[in-house]
Design a protein around this ligand. Structure first.
Ligand code: ADP
Ligand code: ZN
Ligand code: ZN
Length: 732
């Protein structure tokens, strides 16, 4: 008699294996396919697991194998290739496979609930509505006309796109009995009106031709295009080519909520259904998009980091926009890089991947240099726009007012008088980064972190941006009771105040996390900026992300110097990317732009290279330095972090881990540390790390595969929280 098939199941639990079960009583294993969910007994409780494969023998002895309780799906939620990618990622990033697979499912499905129906809310005319005579208000007529053109109904989303938000009018029409709500299947979503098509320039045409001629198999491309060079047009052209070949396309962007314009451009140009997948959506919307993608009904998925795991049966192209952006790396829990996994996914499944950026990461530039990626360049701005001119402003002996030097203030005045828009960049929100007592020198330190609490004047708070700790503003010094407390340094709130004093007649738009917290606030601000309502724009990195401000002729960068002297070897790269991205907002259309960078280190060679020779030359210098220091991308790293409430325990654990590593093959691997983390105390916990580095990826992973699963058994592991970060991007 053949042995009963055994189900290998990924169960969300902090263990580095899958678990073996028998099929539920009375269920024939032959009817079960990998990718379905099952209800399982697990420990003393129950879990939802995903069937990964069927095997004929188990390392667990037959008597102790338990049957699953119930089968939850008839059709697999994940195809075999999706499961294999997830398992690969779990093993590469050293994370428990059950947790990785569970996290790839929409929340409700993770909890074992039933798959949603895909219907969407919509509207259609009633017979009475069809008979309405055209004597009504224009907005009502527009809606009725649109509904006449869609006799089967139209989704609310599409209706809003065609007629603008019109909920109150719809309610009124419903009250009159002329329209009724209905439910529509996604394939009935009528396409939104087509947006304008630009005549592509030769560089754009060449880029599209190069990539679309390789749609048949794997290749990785780096689209290195200066800001404003028309990368989005290239993406759209490639999406059309892939869709014409019957394939689905996955587009990942850093933060959709920050770039509503990009979303609109996609929606107005692509004629096939698009699924959006990002954290700003309700769980329900996300699940709908996920299911539509996995059933092949959505042709394009536009999403953020976690969308990399969306099942897409016909996937034929992945595009990563702003590939250098840190947000593609998850910084907690399952610490994966969506950009790197995009390349892995394309390679495993045999189609092209395109990474685009005006400021590519050093890793990607290195991959072009070594021939792993093919470089595609857009060296000039599209539509005849001129690149901005960048100059340094030496502020070593300048009297600053709210962080602004007299020279910068003078330029602002000139531009504003000429009726232009100006943009000021300061990557620090709040009023001032610290409050001090003028009498005794007290500083507003966070009680839980090695950091200062930022002053937020408008909300009368001291707020630690590292752990979130907040308290009301002190009226007097907590140490000496003096009432002479003063803010030190600048944040965007204070800059706004100074600018309002200097330019009382020019409306100011401040864009940072605080000013855009409310839903829709960012869209409203951006719309008002484009309508020309604001002359002065100021903000944090939120302003630097992919927006076009065609009227901006002057960009002022207040403070970038810390990037030149940081302990983190990636800081210079990040600084250069930020400068280039912010600078790229200036002079996009017909008006030439100018960028002024305030600095106390005008002779710094990296800064000089950046402004005189541009980002690519800068990146080359940085890469040479990395090569000499044997740092990534010329070596491979993993960071083992530990934290605890007392100070010795993290270091003790890491020392034990290092001793443990010595039991395995550590040839070609270097261990650095343990050392205290750059911010040793954070949110009340003491933190340390051990850096593991190797000159070959394979050597590093051989060690990790043995070392990481064994760490949980160390005695000292019980007293710390620890995590492993493969290819870490931040040493925090
Ligand atoms: P990037 O993403 O590279 O910064 P975009 O694709 O957003 O650039 O394009 C920048 C601007 O140039 C947009 O306003 C876009 O409409 C315009 N543009 C792009 N391609 C062309 C073209 N071929 N001709 C004219 N304008 C173009
Ligand atoms: Zn004091
Ligand atoms: Zn804190």
């Amino acid at each position: 008699m053949p042995s009963r098939p055994i189900l290998r199941i990924a169960v969300p639990a902090p263990l580095y294996t899958c678990f073996d079960y028998l099929p539920p009583e009375g269920v024939d294993a032959a009817t079960l396919s990998p990718g379905i969910r099952l209800h399982l007994p697990f420990g003393r409780g129950e879990r939802i697991g995903v069937l990964v494969e069927k095997v004929s023998s188990s390392t667990v002895d037959a008597a102790s194998l338990k049957p699953a309780t119930a089968v939850l799906d008839h059709q697999p939620l994940l195809a075999d290739q999706d499961l294999q990618l997830l398992l690969w990622a779990a093993s590469y990033y050293q994370h428990p496979p059950g947790e990785v697979i569970a996290a790839a499912l929409p929340v409700r499905l993770r909890r074992g609930e039933e798959q949603m129906k895909l219907a969407q809310p919509g509207w259609r005319l009633t017979p009475r509505g069809e008979a309405v005579q055209p004597t009504h208000a224009p907005r009502q007529l527009q809606i009725i006309q649109t509904l006449i053109e869609h006799p089967d109904g139209i989704t609310q989303q599409a209706l809003y796109t065609l007629c603008g938000s019109c909920r109150p009018i719809l309610r009124a029409l419903e009250g009159k009995g002329w329209v009724v709500p209905c439910e529509l299947e996604p394939q009935q979503i009528p396409p939104t009106p087509e947006g304008p098509r630009l005549a592509l320039n030769p560089a754009q045409r060449a880029a599209i031709a190069t990539v679309s001629s390789s749609l048949q198999g794997f290749s990785a491309f780096l689209l290195n295009g200066v800001t404003g060079s028309g990368k989005t047009e290239v993406y759209l052209g490639l999406i059309e080519a892939a869709l014409a070949a019957g394939r689905q396309v996955l587009v990942l962007v850093p933060e959709i909520a920050l770039t509503p314009q990009l979303m609109q451009r996609f929606q107005s140009r692509i004629r096939s259904p698009i699924a959006l997948l990002h954290s700003g959506l309700s769980e329900q919307k996300r699940e709908q998009g996920w299911l539509a993608a996995s059933r092949g009904e959505a042709a394009v998925v536009l999403g953020t980091r976690s969308a990399i795991f969306t099942p897409l049966p016909q996937l034929g192209l992945i595009i990563i926009d702003e590939e250098h952006d840190l947000s593609f790396k998850q910084q907690d829990g399952f610490r994966y890089s969506a950009r790197d996994l995009a390349v892995v996914r394309a390679q495993r499944q045999g189609f092209p991947v395109l990474l685009g950026s005006a400021t590519p990461s050093l890793e990607s530039l290195h991959n072009v240099a070594t021939g792993r990626y093919q470089g595609v360049d857009l060296p000039e701005r599209a539509g005849g726009a001129k690149p901005p001119r960048i100059d340094l402003l030496d502020i070593r002996s300048a009297p600053l007012n709210g962080g602004l030097s007299p020279a910068l203030l003078e330029r602002l005045k000139t531009e504003l008088t000429a009726g232009n828009q100006v943009l000021l960049f300061l990557n620090r929100r709040g009023y001032a980064p610290v409050v001090t007592c003028h009498h005794c020198g007290w500083l507003s330190e966070c009680p839980r972190c090695d950091a200062r609490m930022t002053l937020h004047l408008r909300t009368q708070l001291l707020w630690c941006h590292h752990c979130g700790h907040q308290r009301r503003l002190y009226r007097e010094c907590p140490k000496c009771s003096s009432s002479d407390l003063r803010p030190l340094g600048q944040g965007t709130e204070r800059l706004e105040e100074v600018l309002a004093e200097q330019f009382p007649n020019h409306p100011i738009a401040r864009i940072d996390r605080d000013s855009t917290r409310k839903k829709g606030a960012l869209e409203r601000l951006l719309d008002a900026i484009h309508d020309g309502h604001y002359r002065i724009l100021l903000g944090t990195q939120m302003l630097a992300k992919g927006h076009h401000f065609p009227d901006v002729t002057l960009v002022g960068i207040l403070d970038m110097d810390q990037g030149l002297f940081s302990a983190d070897y990636r800081a210079a790269e990040r600084m250069a990317q930020m400068v280039e991205q912010v600078a790229g907002r200036a002079g996009r259309a017909s008006k030439p732009g100018r960028v002024l960078i305030q600095t106390r280190h005008p002779d710094h060679p990296l800064l000089q290279t950046l402004i005189h020779q541009g980002y690519n030359a800068f990146a080359q210098v940085c890469l040479d330095e990395r090569r000499q220091a044997a740092l990534p991308p010329f070596s491979y790293q993993a960071l083992l972090r530990a934290e605890a409430t007392s100070s010795e325990k993290p270091v003790y654990f890491l020392e034990e881990a290092a001793r443990q590593a010595a039991h395995f093959n550590t040839q070609g691997v270097e261990l650095w540390g343990p050392v205290p983390a750059p911010m040793e105390r954070r949110a009340g916990r003491i933190r340390a790390h051990l850096l593991i580095q190797a000159s070959h990826r394979r050597t590093l992973h051989q060690l990790l595969r043995q070392l990481i699963p064994s760490l949980g058994k160390l005695k000292s592991a019980r007293h710390v929280r620890w995590s492993i970060d493969v290819d870490p991007q931040e040493m925090l």
